[in-house]
Write a protein that binds this ligand. Structure first.
Ligand SMILES: Cc1ncc(COP(=O)(O)O)c(C=O)c1O
Length: 395
């Protein structure tokens, strides 16, 4: 963080999202209402009294720090209730930095069974190279709690892809507080609008900002937020070494997306809730996974943890017909593998995000070839219903 950071602007989350710490008076050239984008790769750095050894707050070279990115990071720290935040050029880049910084030969790492497929493959790839003790556990969530107790680092998602399972995050945080494990929560599906991991005992909060945070399907970005100077310094050093810093134009796009984050998450959650209830009644749908529905296995946990909305992702199983034809029949909803943007997207996790899992594991997690993951956007919900109904009836 910049050493001259003056703290969070405003007490409320909406104020922090809209202004992101930027005040027009800070731009002495024009009084710009939105922050400038500093594209310079290099910054004036007379040696003088400055250290030759790079320091986390120094502005010298854009792979290390960039003024636009630093402004975003100040906003993110406030939004995530952290002492600091680091922005990365993708969600995976942020997860990779944590694993690189905090795993060694002696480490014991637990990754929840139901996380984004690439997170699991990355952990497995590092495990093969470094040889640490890697455990994959939960659901059932009791297994995850048991493994967490004996682990150094645990990675979970607030709402896990693609069946929206919600781990017992408060119990996990309690377990880790007692045993000393470091709890990393990937909060991508919830965003800070629905849940703030650092307020509930997580050691680090991670987001793929490609999704809700930026929100317009036009940027890839990631963040890590946390507390404590030593953790910040260690992660900053790794980010600098592997070149994972976010680009300034992308930082600007994320800041622009943040201004409407609350409105977008609330609107897509409302659409998703309506679609989930509607899909439960549809004759060609055999199962719906949405944490807002009483039929979801973690509905009670969702009611306890999330701030009154249940997110914009709904998964469902097609009763009969060809699921690939279903994707082809959609006209409003696009068949594409992401989530959290203004546009509704649908994907088949069996063939995309979870294709590398063994067959028996996919089956036990409910990831069948008929499972559709729908990221509900901001369109008119009646158009989305018409589109889904037409596709479901004509396959
Ligand atoms: C939960 C979750 N975490 C992390 C990632 C990786 O983010 P990115 O694509 O920005 O690298 C994704 C991507 O889909 C995701 O769904």
């Amino acid at each position: 963080m910049a050493s001259n950071w003056s703290g969070c602007l405003g007490e409320g989350l909406s104020t922090r999202l809209v202004w992101g710490g930027w005040r027009p008076g800070e731009d002495r050239t024009a009084g710009s209402i939105v922050p400038p984008v500093f594209v310079s790769a290099i910054y004036s750095y007379p040696i003088g009294d400055k250290s030759l050894e790079p320091r986390a707050g120094d502005l010298k070279y854009s792979r290390e720090n960039n003024p636009t990115v630093m402004l975003l990071e100040e906003a993110l720290a406030c939004i995530e209730s952290g002492e600091w935040a680091l922005a990365y050029n993708s969600g995976m880049s942020s997860i990779a930095s944590i694993l690189l910084a905090y795993t060694g030969r002696e480490s014991r790492i637990t990754v929840a069974r139901l996380v984004y497929g690439t997170t699991r493959s990355l952990a497995a790839g590092l495990w093969r190279r470094i040889g640490f003790d890697l455990r994959i556990a939960g659901p059932p969530w009791e297994d995850l709690l048991e493994e967490a107790e004996a682990s150094d680092l645990v990675i979970v998602e607030t709402m896990a892809n693609p069946t929206l399972r919600i781990p017992p995050l408060l119990d996990l945080a309690r377990t880790c507080r007692k045993s000393g494990c470091r709890l990393v929560v990937d909060n991508t599906f919830a965003s800070p609008i629905l849940f703030k991991p650092l307020e509930h005992g997580a050691w680090l909060s991670v987001e793929s900002m490609t999704k809700y945070m930026a929100g317009h399907n036009d940027v890839t970005a990631g963040l890590v937020a946390g507390r404590g100077d030593d953790v910040y310094r260690k992660l900053w050093d790794w980010r600098r070494a592997i070149g994972g810093n976010l680009q300034p134009l992308d930082a600007y796009l994320v800041m622009r997306g943040l201004k409407t984050l609350r409105l977008r998450v609330e609107a897509s959650s409302k659409n998703a809730m309506e679609l989930a209830s509607w899909l439960e009644e549809h004759p060609n749908v055999s199962k719906v996974y949405y944490p807002g529905l009483p039929s979801h296995p973690d509905h009670e946990e969702a009611r306890r943890l999330l701030h009154g909305s249940y997110g914009g992702v709904v998964s469902f199983e097609i009763r009969s017909g060809d699921p690939i034809r279903f994707l082809e029949k959609l006209r409003v909803i696009a068949p594409a593998p992401s989530l959290g943007g203004a546009e509704s997207l649908a994907t088949l996790p069996y063939y995309s995000s979870h294709r590398s899992l063994p067959e028996d594991e996919k089956a036990s997690l409910g990831i069948t070839p008929r499972l559709v993951r729908l990221s509900v956007g901001l369109e008119d919900v009646e158009d989305l219903k018409r589109d889904l109904d037409n596709a479901l009836r004509n396959i």
